[in-house]
Design a binder for this molecule. Structure first.
Ligand code: HEM
Length: 397
Protein backbone atom coordinates (compact mmCIF):
# COMPACT_ATOMS: atom_id res chain seq x y z
CA UNK A 1 0.00 0.00 0.00
CA UNK A 2 1.37 3.45 -0.85
CA UNK A 3 1.58 5.90 2.01
CA UNK A 4 -1.32 8.37 2.20
CA UNK A 5 -0.39 11.93 1.22
CA UNK A 6 -1.74 15.26 2.44
CA UNK A 7 -3.75 15.91 -0.76
CA UNK A 8 -5.29 12.42 -0.29
CA UNK A 9 -6.35 13.35 3.21
CA UNK A 10 -7.92 16.68 2.19
CA UNK A 11 -9.66 15.08 -0.76
CA UNK A 12 -11.04 12.39 1.52
CA UNK A 13 -12.27 15.04 3.97
CA UNK A 14 -14.00 16.95 1.15
CA UNK A 15 -15.70 13.78 -0.09
CA UNK A 16 -16.61 12.87 3.42
CA UNK A 17 -18.20 16.30 4.02
CA UNK A 18 -20.69 15.46 1.25
CA UNK A 19 -22.17 12.87 3.63
CA UNK A 20 -22.90 15.67 6.10
CA UNK A 21 -20.95 17.83 8.53
CA UNK A 22 -21.64 15.11 11.11
CA UNK A 23 -22.11 11.52 9.98
CA UNK A 24 -21.28 7.93 10.85
CA UNK A 25 -18.25 6.53 9.05
CA UNK A 26 -18.70 2.78 8.59
CA UNK A 27 -15.08 2.08 7.77
CA UNK A 28 -13.72 3.97 10.73
CA UNK A 29 -16.52 2.82 13.03
CA UNK A 30 -16.82 6.30 14.45
CA UNK A 31 -18.74 9.56 13.95
CA UNK A 32 -16.95 12.11 11.79
CA UNK A 33 -17.51 15.75 12.77
CA UNK A 34 -16.25 17.96 9.96
CA UNK A 35 -17.96 21.33 10.40
CA UNK A 36 -16.40 24.12 12.44
CA UNK A 37 -19.34 24.97 14.75
CA UNK A 38 -20.08 21.27 15.18
CA UNK A 39 -16.46 20.35 16.07
CA UNK A 40 -16.26 23.34 18.44
CA UNK A 41 -19.50 22.19 20.12
CA UNK A 42 -18.04 18.69 20.67
CA UNK A 43 -14.81 20.03 22.16
CA UNK A 44 -16.68 22.54 24.33
CA UNK A 45 -18.80 19.88 26.05
CA UNK A 46 -16.59 17.43 28.00
CA UNK A 47 -19.56 16.09 29.99
CA UNK A 48 -21.12 14.70 26.80
CA UNK A 49 -17.90 14.10 24.83
CA UNK A 50 -15.34 12.54 27.15
CA UNK A 51 -11.60 12.61 26.52
CA UNK A 52 -11.20 9.40 28.49
CA UNK A 53 -10.94 6.81 25.74
CA UNK A 54 -10.01 4.23 28.38
CA UNK A 55 -11.10 1.01 26.74
CA UNK A 56 -9.89 2.08 23.27
CA UNK A 57 -6.34 2.11 24.57
CA UNK A 58 -4.63 -1.23 24.87
CA UNK A 59 -4.57 -2.83 28.30
CA UNK A 60 -0.87 -2.70 28.82
CA UNK A 61 1.09 -1.86 31.94
CA UNK A 62 3.27 0.90 30.51
CA UNK A 63 0.38 2.55 28.67
CA UNK A 64 -1.62 2.51 31.91
CA UNK A 65 1.24 4.02 33.91
CA UNK A 66 1.61 6.82 31.36
CA UNK A 67 -2.14 7.53 31.41
CA UNK A 68 -2.09 8.24 35.17
CA UNK A 69 -0.73 11.73 34.62
CA UNK A 70 -1.65 12.25 30.95
CA UNK A 71 -4.31 14.89 31.64
CA UNK A 72 -5.17 15.45 27.97
CA UNK A 73 -7.05 12.13 28.23
CA UNK A 74 -8.86 13.08 31.46
CA UNK A 75 -12.22 14.69 32.22
CA UNK A 76 -13.13 17.10 35.02
CA UNK A 77 -12.64 17.28 37.92
CA UNK A 78 -9.31 15.45 37.76
CA UNK A 79 -8.30 17.15 34.51
CA UNK A 80 -8.87 20.58 36.01
CA UNK A 81 -6.77 19.82 39.07
CA UNK A 82 -3.77 18.61 37.08
CA UNK A 83 -4.10 21.36 34.49
CA UNK A 84 -4.12 24.03 37.18
CA UNK A 85 -0.76 22.78 38.43
CA UNK A 86 0.94 23.22 35.09
CA UNK A 87 -0.87 26.29 33.83
CA UNK A 88 1.01 28.38 36.40
CA UNK A 89 4.18 27.48 34.54
CA UNK A 90 2.82 28.66 31.19
CA UNK A 91 1.44 32.10 31.96
CA UNK A 92 1.91 34.63 29.14
CA UNK A 93 4.50 36.36 31.34
CA UNK A 94 6.56 33.19 31.86
CA UNK A 95 6.43 32.39 28.14
CA UNK A 96 7.39 35.93 27.11
CA UNK A 97 10.39 35.61 29.46
CA UNK A 98 11.64 32.66 27.40
CA UNK A 99 12.13 34.80 24.28
CA UNK A 100 15.83 35.63 24.90
CA UNK A 101 16.68 31.95 25.40
CA UNK A 102 14.70 30.94 22.28
CA UNK A 103 16.60 33.59 20.30
CA UNK A 104 19.91 32.36 21.68
CA UNK A 105 19.22 28.69 20.85
CA UNK A 106 17.97 29.61 17.34
CA UNK A 107 21.11 31.69 16.72
CA UNK A 108 23.37 28.84 17.92
CA UNK A 109 21.62 26.32 15.68
CA UNK A 110 21.83 28.58 12.64
CA UNK A 111 25.47 29.50 13.43
CA UNK A 112 26.29 25.79 13.27
CA UNK A 113 25.22 25.84 9.60
CA UNK A 114 26.68 29.26 8.73
CA UNK A 115 28.42 29.32 5.36
CA UNK A 116 26.54 26.25 4.11
CA UNK A 117 24.24 26.51 1.08
CA UNK A 118 22.19 23.47 2.04
CA UNK A 119 20.84 22.11 5.30
CA UNK A 120 17.87 20.21 6.61
CA UNK A 121 15.29 22.43 8.29
CA UNK A 122 14.03 19.63 10.54
CA UNK A 123 17.36 18.15 11.68
CA UNK A 124 19.16 21.45 12.03
CA UNK A 125 16.50 23.80 13.42
CA UNK A 126 12.84 22.75 13.61
CA UNK A 127 13.46 19.63 15.69
CA UNK A 128 16.25 20.72 18.07
CA UNK A 129 14.86 24.18 18.91
CA UNK A 130 11.57 23.23 20.62
CA UNK A 131 13.06 20.10 22.18
CA UNK A 132 15.91 22.07 23.76
CA UNK A 133 13.44 24.68 25.09
CA UNK A 134 11.01 22.16 26.63
CA UNK A 135 13.78 19.89 27.96
CA UNK A 136 15.40 22.87 29.70
CA UNK A 137 12.05 23.87 31.21
CA UNK A 138 11.59 20.36 32.55
CA UNK A 139 15.21 20.06 33.70
CA UNK A 140 15.87 17.08 31.40
CA UNK A 141 19.22 16.90 29.55
CA UNK A 142 18.56 18.37 26.08
CA UNK A 143 21.52 16.29 24.84
CA UNK A 144 19.27 13.21 25.13
CA UNK A 145 17.19 14.50 22.22
CA UNK A 146 18.07 11.64 19.85
CA UNK A 147 16.29 9.41 22.38
CA UNK A 148 13.21 11.70 22.47
CA UNK A 149 13.13 11.70 18.68
CA UNK A 150 13.08 7.92 18.66
CA UNK A 151 10.14 7.98 21.09
CA UNK A 152 8.20 10.54 19.05
CA UNK A 153 8.79 8.48 15.90
CA UNK A 154 7.67 5.30 17.69
CA UNK A 155 4.43 6.97 18.75
CA UNK A 156 3.62 9.10 15.70
CA UNK A 157 4.77 6.84 12.85
CA UNK A 158 1.69 4.77 12.16
CA UNK A 159 1.65 3.66 8.57
CA UNK A 160 -1.71 1.87 8.93
CA UNK A 161 -3.63 5.05 9.80
CA UNK A 162 -5.99 5.99 6.97
CA UNK A 163 -9.56 5.82 5.73
CA UNK A 164 -9.89 2.11 6.52
CA UNK A 165 -8.56 2.28 10.04
CA UNK A 166 -11.12 1.46 12.70
CA UNK A 167 -10.98 3.89 15.56
CA UNK A 168 -12.50 1.28 17.82
CA UNK A 169 -9.13 -0.38 17.74
CA UNK A 170 -6.74 2.44 17.06
CA UNK A 171 -3.56 0.47 16.51
CA UNK A 172 -2.64 -2.73 14.79
CA UNK A 173 -0.39 -5.27 16.54
CA UNK A 174 2.86 -3.91 15.10
CA UNK A 175 2.03 -0.30 16.01
CA UNK A 176 0.99 -1.47 19.45
CA UNK A 177 4.20 -3.36 20.05
CA UNK A 178 6.27 -0.36 18.91
CA UNK A 179 4.29 2.01 21.15
CA UNK A 180 4.58 -0.32 24.15
CA UNK A 181 8.38 -0.48 23.75
CA UNK A 182 8.58 3.29 23.56
CA UNK A 183 6.30 3.75 26.57
CA UNK A 184 8.41 1.33 28.60
CA UNK A 185 11.63 3.14 27.84
CA UNK A 186 10.06 6.58 28.27
CA UNK A 187 8.44 5.74 31.62
CA UNK A 188 11.70 4.34 33.00
CA UNK A 189 13.65 7.40 31.84
CA UNK A 190 11.13 9.88 33.25
CA UNK A 191 10.73 8.00 36.53
CA UNK A 192 14.50 8.10 37.05
CA UNK A 193 14.48 11.86 36.34
CA UNK A 194 11.56 12.44 38.72
CA UNK A 195 13.18 10.40 41.52
CA UNK A 196 16.43 12.32 41.10
CA UNK A 197 14.52 15.61 41.44
CA UNK A 198 12.61 14.26 44.45
CA UNK A 199 15.98 13.56 46.11
CA UNK A 200 17.50 16.90 45.16
CA UNK A 201 15.11 19.51 43.71
CA UNK A 202 16.33 22.03 41.15
CA UNK A 203 14.89 25.20 39.64
CA UNK A 204 12.82 23.47 36.98
CA UNK A 205 9.23 22.55 36.18
CA UNK A 206 9.63 18.90 37.26
CA UNK A 207 10.74 19.97 40.75
CA UNK A 208 7.87 22.46 40.97
CA UNK A 209 5.38 19.76 39.98
CA UNK A 210 6.77 17.49 42.69
CA UNK A 211 6.21 20.20 45.27
CA UNK A 212 2.93 21.47 43.87
CA UNK A 213 -0.06 21.03 46.08
CA UNK A 214 -3.26 20.60 44.06
CA UNK A 215 -6.24 20.96 46.40
CA UNK A 216 -4.33 19.47 49.32
CA UNK A 217 -3.06 16.48 47.36
CA UNK A 218 0.46 15.96 46.08
CA UNK A 219 1.14 14.10 42.84
CA UNK A 220 2.90 10.76 43.11
CA UNK A 221 6.05 10.03 41.11
CA UNK A 222 4.01 7.71 38.88
CA UNK A 223 1.44 10.43 38.18
CA UNK A 224 4.16 12.86 37.20
CA UNK A 225 5.51 10.44 34.57
CA UNK A 226 2.61 10.94 32.13
CA UNK A 227 2.45 14.59 33.03
CA UNK A 228 6.09 15.30 32.18
CA UNK A 229 5.94 12.90 29.21
CA UNK A 230 2.94 14.76 27.78
CA UNK A 231 4.74 18.10 28.08
CA UNK A 232 7.94 16.71 26.61
CA UNK A 233 6.25 15.17 23.56
CA UNK A 234 3.48 17.74 22.99
CA UNK A 235 6.04 20.45 23.65
CA UNK A 236 8.13 19.71 20.62
CA UNK A 237 6.72 17.55 17.81
CA UNK A 238 3.97 20.03 17.01
CA UNK A 239 6.28 23.04 16.89
CA UNK A 240 8.66 21.07 14.67
CA UNK A 241 5.66 20.46 12.41
CA UNK A 242 4.66 24.12 12.39
CA UNK A 243 8.13 25.35 11.46
CA UNK A 244 8.31 22.83 8.63
CA UNK A 245 4.77 23.65 7.53
CA UNK A 246 5.55 27.39 7.47
CA UNK A 247 8.50 26.86 5.14
CA UNK A 248 6.32 24.65 2.91
CA UNK A 249 3.52 27.25 2.77
CA UNK A 250 6.00 30.00 1.93
CA UNK A 251 7.48 27.80 -0.80
CA UNK A 252 4.01 27.23 -2.26
CA UNK A 253 3.04 30.92 -1.95
CA UNK A 254 6.11 32.97 -2.85
CA UNK A 255 4.08 36.22 -3.05
CA UNK A 256 2.97 35.82 0.55
CA UNK A 257 6.54 34.96 1.58
CA UNK A 258 7.86 38.10 -0.14
CA UNK A 259 5.23 40.18 1.60
CA UNK A 260 6.20 38.78 5.00
CA UNK A 261 9.88 39.50 4.26
CA UNK A 262 9.03 43.08 3.37
CA UNK A 263 6.77 43.46 6.39
CA UNK A 264 7.83 41.17 9.29
CA UNK A 265 4.88 42.45 11.36
CA UNK A 266 2.78 40.18 9.13
CA UNK A 267 4.57 37.03 10.35
CA UNK A 268 2.18 36.22 13.26
CA UNK A 269 -0.95 36.32 11.04
CA UNK A 270 0.87 34.29 8.38
CA UNK A 271 1.77 31.66 11.01
CA UNK A 272 -1.90 31.47 12.09
CA UNK A 273 -2.78 30.78 8.46
CA UNK A 274 -0.17 28.00 8.31
CA UNK A 275 -1.68 26.51 11.49
CA UNK A 276 -5.14 26.63 9.87
CA UNK A 277 -4.17 25.14 6.51
CA UNK A 278 -1.67 22.54 7.71
CA UNK A 279 -3.15 21.49 11.05
CA UNK A 280 -0.50 19.41 12.90
CA UNK A 281 -3.05 17.26 14.78
CA UNK A 282 -5.71 16.71 12.11
CA UNK A 283 -8.27 15.14 14.46
CA UNK A 284 -9.19 14.71 18.12
CA UNK A 285 -11.15 11.70 19.39
CA UNK A 286 -13.85 11.75 22.06
CA UNK A 287 -16.36 9.23 23.47
CA UNK A 288 -20.07 10.12 23.76
CA UNK A 289 -21.10 9.58 27.39
CA UNK A 290 -24.80 9.75 26.54
CA UNK A 291 -27.04 9.77 23.45
CA UNK A 292 -26.80 13.18 21.82
CA UNK A 293 -27.99 14.93 18.67
CA UNK A 294 -25.79 17.33 16.69
CA UNK A 295 -27.75 18.93 13.86
CA UNK A 296 -29.51 15.99 12.16
CA UNK A 297 -27.13 13.36 13.51
CA UNK A 298 -28.29 11.19 16.41
CA UNK A 299 -25.17 9.85 18.11
CA UNK A 300 -25.69 6.91 20.48
CA UNK A 301 -24.16 6.71 23.95
CA UNK A 302 -20.71 5.10 23.89
CA UNK A 303 -19.93 6.06 20.27
CA UNK A 304 -16.49 7.29 19.27
CA UNK A 305 -16.71 10.83 17.92
CA UNK A 306 -13.88 12.34 15.89
CA UNK A 307 -13.58 16.12 15.68
CA UNK A 308 -11.72 16.71 12.41
CA UNK A 309 -9.78 19.92 13.09
CA UNK A 310 -8.28 19.78 9.59
CA UNK A 311 -11.80 19.86 8.08
CA UNK A 312 -13.26 22.39 10.54
CA UNK A 313 -10.37 24.70 9.63
CA UNK A 314 -11.57 24.63 6.00
CA UNK A 315 -15.29 25.06 6.67
CA UNK A 316 -16.48 27.57 4.08
CA UNK A 317 -19.25 28.74 6.41
CA UNK A 318 -16.51 30.21 8.63
CA UNK A 319 -13.52 30.82 6.32
CA UNK A 320 -13.97 32.63 2.99
CA UNK A 321 -12.08 30.76 0.22
CA UNK A 322 -11.01 28.15 2.76
CA UNK A 323 -8.32 26.48 0.61
CA UNK A 324 -6.54 29.76 -0.12
CA UNK A 325 -3.43 30.77 1.85
CA UNK A 326 -4.11 34.32 3.00
CA UNK A 327 -1.30 35.77 5.11
CA UNK A 328 -3.66 38.61 6.14
CA UNK A 329 -6.59 36.44 7.26
CA UNK A 330 -8.11 38.00 10.36
CA UNK A 331 -10.02 36.95 12.32
CA UNK A 332 -8.76 33.40 11.94
CA UNK A 333 -10.72 31.28 14.43
CA UNK A 334 -8.98 27.97 13.55
CA UNK A 335 -9.31 25.03 15.93
CA UNK A 336 -5.69 23.92 15.57
CA UNK A 337 -5.00 24.24 19.30
CA UNK A 338 -8.33 22.62 20.24
CA UNK A 339 -11.15 24.37 22.04
CA UNK A 340 -12.61 24.43 25.55
CA UNK A 341 -11.03 22.95 28.67
CA UNK A 342 -8.24 21.09 26.83
CA UNK A 343 -7.20 24.11 24.75
CA UNK A 344 -3.46 23.74 24.21
CA UNK A 345 -1.46 24.96 27.17
CA UNK A 346 1.61 25.42 25.00
CA UNK A 347 0.00 27.59 22.28
CA UNK A 348 1.77 30.82 23.36
CA UNK A 349 5.11 29.01 23.50
CA UNK A 350 4.61 27.33 20.10
CA UNK A 351 3.65 30.67 18.53
CA UNK A 352 6.67 32.43 20.06
CA UNK A 353 9.13 29.73 18.97
CA UNK A 354 7.77 29.72 15.43
CA UNK A 355 7.84 33.52 15.17
CA UNK A 356 11.41 33.82 16.47
CA UNK A 357 12.80 30.94 14.39
CA UNK A 358 11.09 31.97 11.15
CA UNK A 359 12.00 35.62 11.71
CA UNK A 360 15.67 34.74 12.15
CA UNK A 361 15.68 32.37 9.17
CA UNK A 362 14.27 35.06 6.88
CA UNK A 363 16.71 37.63 8.31
CA UNK A 364 19.79 35.54 7.76
CA UNK A 365 18.92 34.26 4.30
CA UNK A 366 17.73 36.34 1.37
CA UNK A 367 16.50 33.17 -0.28
CA UNK A 368 15.12 29.99 1.31
CA UNK A 369 13.77 27.31 -1.01
CA UNK A 370 13.11 23.61 -0.73
CA UNK A 371 16.08 21.78 -2.26
CA UNK A 372 14.61 20.10 -5.33
CA UNK A 373 17.55 17.64 -5.52
CA UNK A 374 17.01 16.02 -2.13
CA UNK A 375 14.03 14.01 -0.92
CA UNK A 376 11.42 15.45 1.47
CA UNK A 377 9.74 13.05 3.91
CA UNK A 378 6.45 13.38 5.78
CA UNK A 379 4.65 11.69 8.64
CA UNK A 380 1.42 9.89 7.78
CA UNK A 381 -0.91 12.93 7.62
CA UNK A 382 -3.72 10.97 9.24
CA UNK A 383 -1.61 10.98 12.40
CA UNK A 384 0.22 14.25 12.07
CA UNK A 385 0.64 16.84 9.32
CA UNK A 386 4.37 17.39 9.41
CA UNK A 387 7.49 16.98 7.32
CA UNK A 388 10.19 14.81 8.93
CA UNK A 389 12.88 15.76 6.42
CA UNK A 390 12.94 19.13 4.69
CA UNK A 391 16.15 19.87 2.77
CA UNK A 392 16.67 23.56 2.04
CA UNK A 393 18.82 25.50 -0.41
CA UNK A 394 19.67 28.90 1.06
CA UNK A 395 21.45 32.11 0.10
CA UNK A 396 22.95 34.18 2.91
CA UNK A 397 21.60 37.75 3.15
C1 HEM B 1 -3.34 20.20 24.16
C2 HEM B 1 -2.13 21.18 19.58
C3 HEM B 1 2.17 22.93 21.09
C4 HEM B 1 1.27 21.12 25.47
C5 HEM B 1 -3.40 20.38 22.81
C6 HEM B 1 -4.57 20.14 22.00
C7 HEM B 1 -4.22 20.40 20.71
C8 HEM B 1 -2.85 20.82 20.71
C9 HEM B 1 -5.12 20.23 19.48
C10 HEM B 1 -5.95 19.69 22.50
C11 HEM B 1 -6.06 18.20 22.64
C12 HEM B 1 -7.46 17.74 22.99
O1 HEM B 1 -8.38 18.55 23.16
O2 HEM B 1 -7.65 16.51 23.06
C13 HEM B 1 -0.86 21.77 19.60
C14 HEM B 1 -0.22 22.36 18.44
C15 HEM B 1 0.98 22.87 18.87
C16 HEM B 1 1.10 22.57 20.29
C17 HEM B 1 -0.82 22.38 17.04
C18 HEM B 1 2.06 23.60 18.10
C19 HEM B 1 1.85 24.25 17.00
C20 HEM B 1 2.31 22.60 22.41
C21 HEM B 1 3.44 22.92 23.25
C22 HEM B 1 3.19 22.38 24.49
C23 HEM B 1 1.89 21.76 24.42
C24 HEM B 1 4.67 23.72 22.80
C25 HEM B 1 4.02 22.37 25.74
C26 HEM B 1 4.81 23.24 26.13
C27 HEM B 1 -0.05 20.72 25.47
C28 HEM B 1 -0.70 20.15 26.65
C29 HEM B 1 -2.03 19.88 26.27
C30 HEM B 1 -2.16 20.29 24.88
C31 HEM B 1 -0.07 19.89 28.00
C32 HEM B 1 -3.13 19.26 27.12
C33 HEM B 1 -4.02 20.34 27.67
C34 HEM B 1 -5.21 19.79 28.41
O3 HEM B 1 -5.58 18.63 28.24
O4 HEM B 1 -5.77 20.54 29.22
N1 HEM B 1 -2.35 20.82 21.99
N2 HEM B 1 -0.04 21.90 20.68
N3 HEM B 1 1.39 21.91 23.16
N4 HEM B 1 -0.95 20.80 24.45
FE1 HEM B 1 -0.53 21.46 22.60
Amino acid sequence: MTAPTLPDLYEWLEQSRRDGQVHYDERQQSWAVLGHPEAAAVLKDPATFSSDLGDLLPKQEDMELFQRGNFVRMDPPRHDRLRRLVSQAFTPKVVAGLAPRIEEVTAELLDARAGERRFDLIDDLAYPLPVIVIAELLGIPASDRPVFRRWADGLFERSNAGPDESLIRMMDDDALAAAATVMHEMNAYLLAHIRARRASPADDLTSRLLMADGDGERLTDEEIVGFVGLLLLAGHVTTTATLGNTVLCFEAHPDAAAEVRANPALLPTAIEEVLRLRTPFPRLARRATTAVTIGQAAIPAGAVVVAWLAAANRDERVFAEPDRFDAHRSPNPHLTFGHGIHFCIGAPLARLETKIAMGMLLDRYSDVTVDADAPIAFRNPWVMISPTRLPLAVTAA
